[in-house]
Design a protein around this ligand. Structure first.
Ligand code: UDP
Length: 344
């Protein structure tokens, strides 16, 4: 059912959204977009990686409410879910660096947190959109990955795969609740996403390269740099989310969200240096130095987004040049804030 809906008496009905992880990178952009459509939004975020600055625009809005808390807090989640019409569950420990540095905490949030949200959505019969990840496909580096492509994972003792495993548990849980109890759930698998407000602190190659280029520091290329990725601008991700939210036929389905413009990390480094007109050089860093011993990377990760396009008509509006120009501008802005320091 499209939102907002206009009733027969001409009054517009808006859904009240609960966005978990709404102070995070993708979440905060979604919150701004929902508020711009007139939807009331409640954000639940523990601010572990999310930032209040990300919500500075949202907080000026009369229909916005922020709740500082965790998705592990079942009574709180239950209360918030019961008070909202729709749930978008984005709260998660994300970022390869974070996952390998805090594997247990990340696994717990990503499994128990999602279970808590799913149980509450089921109890109160609320539709829920759940964020998953391209990590689901693991080391499957065959051509574009469709939603039914195989998962190829390394050993459970390699901490990187704990994230993939946790998200697979989430997907399976949502699917079983859907089959057994009729839970209205949609799953989205985010591929590499980039844009303003993305922190370079947890891996995330483009904000890291952009910051390094702006500072004139060497760009740290991990491994051979031959690994391939596709990067989608966060505004295009939000457009995809809104189009799924607006379509009831997306219920019970799983969708890849990503760009299919493929680039090696080595070429990406050169493009960032060019975009920033920087004098930076490249520095090769072994994976073990970046992430610790035994790290396994993915050679290639390209989404097939045919399903999303067919269901919604969605098309990305920005190419990699736009993404990089935005990332460099954002890095410059952050640098100016650091140099200027806090206001007296
Ligand atoms: N990477 C890199 N230098 C960095 C950060 C990341 O070469 O400073 C590489 C990383 O090893 C991976 C790719 O860039 O092959 C994308 O990393 P990111 O953490 O952005 O996302 P991932 O695709 O690993 O989830």
């Amino acid at each position: 059912m499209p939102h907002p809906q206009t009733r027969s008496d001409g009054v517009t009905d808006h859904s009240k959204f609960l966005v978990t992880g709404g102070a995070g990178f993708i979440g905060s952009h979604l919150v701004d977009a929902l508020l711009a459509r007139g939807e009331p939004v409640v954000v639940l975020d523990d601010l572990s990686t999310g930032r209040m600055e990300n919500l500075s625009r949202a907080r000026r809005h009369g229909r916005f409410r922020f709740v500082h808390g965790s998705v592990l807090d079942a009574p709180l989640v239950d209360e918030l879910v019961s008070g909202c019409d729709r749930i978008v569950h984005l709260a998660a420990a994300v970022g390869v660096k974070l996952i390998v540095e805090q594997p247990l905490k990340s696994f717990t949030v990503n499994t128990k947190g999602t279970e808590t949200v799913i149980e509450a959505a089921h109890r109160h019969s609320r539709p829920v959109l759940i964020a998953s990840t391209s990590e689901i496909y693991g080391k499957n580096s065959s051509g574009p990955l469709t939603e039914t492509s195989d998962r190829i994972l390394g050993s459970p003792s390699v901490s990187r795969w704990s994230y993939s495993t946790a998200k697979a548990v989430d997907e399976i849980l949502a699917e079983l609740y859907r089959r057994e109890y009729g839970l209205n759930s949609t799953i989205v698998r985010f591929f590499n996403t980039v844009g303003p407000r993305q922190s370079p602190a947890y891996g995330m190659v483009i904000p890291r390269f952009a910051r390094q280029a702006v500072r004139g520091e060497p760009l740290t290329v991990y491994g051979t740099g031959q690994q391939q990725r596709c990067f989608l601008h966060v505004n295009d991700v939000v457009a995809a989310l809104l189009s799924l939210i607006d379509r009831p036929e997306s219920q019970g389905e799983t969708f890849n969200i990503g760009s299919d413009e493929e680039i090696s990390i080595l070429d990406l480094a050169a493009r960032v240096i060019g975009s920033a007109k920087s004098t930076s050089t490249l520095q090769r860093v072994p994976y073990s130095a970046a992430y610790g011993p035994g790290f396994e990377d993915m050679e290639r990760r390209v989404p097939d987004t045919t399903k999303l396009r067919a269901f919604t008509g969605w098309r990305p509006q920005r190419n990699l040049d736009d993404v990089l120009a935005d990332a460099v501008a954002d890095a410059r802005r952050e640098e100016r804030m650091v140099v200027a320091g806090p206001c007296p």
